[in-house]
Design a protein. Sequence first.
Length: 363
Amino acid sequence: MTKYGIPKNIKEVSPEWLSEVLAPQHGAGIKIHDVEIVNVFEGTSSRIRVRIERNEAAIAAGIPEYLCVKANWTEHADFTMVAGLWAIEAMFYQRIRPHIDMLAPVAYYSDYDSVSGQGIILMEDLVQKNVTFGSNLNTLSVDQLMLALEDFAALHARWWGSEDLMKMDWLPLAQGEGTLDAEFVNFQGGAEGMARLLAPPERAATLSAQANDAEKIAKVVDALVQREASSTAPRCLIHGDTHLGNSYWVDGRMAWLDWQLVRRGRPIREVFYVIGCSLSVEDRRKHERDLLKHYLSALNAHGVDHGMSFDDAWLEYRHWPVWGFICWAVTQDGWQPKEVILETMRRFGAAIDDLETYSLFGL
């Protein structure tokens, strides 16, 4: 923590604050003389593009002229701070980002306040790099998704069953008790709250009449928590929120933003999530088995003895559609564009039916 603390708004991202936080990591002579706001984007977080006037020492140290300041200064800040998302992402950039090969933004500084929950990340400005940002209103081709799954296999393999990973107590266990994963439904007021979320006609239409059952959804979320607690399968590092809105393309490769939900988790949760929301419903139905096989083969190629037959992996895969659906059912208008929420719910809702997920939980 610096003497200035974590900024409470963009005005506090001053030349003095930037100089203080950048110098210890990048060079004692670094000075920032001015900060100019270029663009402001608000969603579940604040993302502000800034142009900085910097001295020669900063230029020599590789500090770019444009930065993206990511923080939680939105009207949703209380939720994200209570959920601990800022501490998790700040520590990801401090402790894990330097050790992964998967493409992700470069961070020049990240920190958080454990008391207030406030956090901040100074990242490279991807707009200046002319990347192409993903959107849940679009889809990937099967070939593109195969390449993405190869990248996830490499990420998972790097941390597969890692003792070092399991010692990272700051990194939540996926579906661990008390985590956001486990408490999504409770945060909404239980099954009754879920029913209210699904009541608007445009939301209800994203599920079949059979699947649109808030009580069943709540039971499955609880069952996933218990199932994960009793599983002895190896864990690995997972991104945790691999929808296309968190992706971008650079030099023909797919990269991933927003590591607030990074977890120590089971890999198939991630595999289902990225397949379920990256393909059209029709393409998922046609290709998901082959894509799962491709992922398992990629794990093998990285030397992972995962011990999963395809049938075992397929059964595991079928357990996860409700998780994907709940992530978007609790997403409020304003956090994401309304049409993005509805389309993503529709894709995951179809998977609940197609994969007969409720039946796996005896419902």
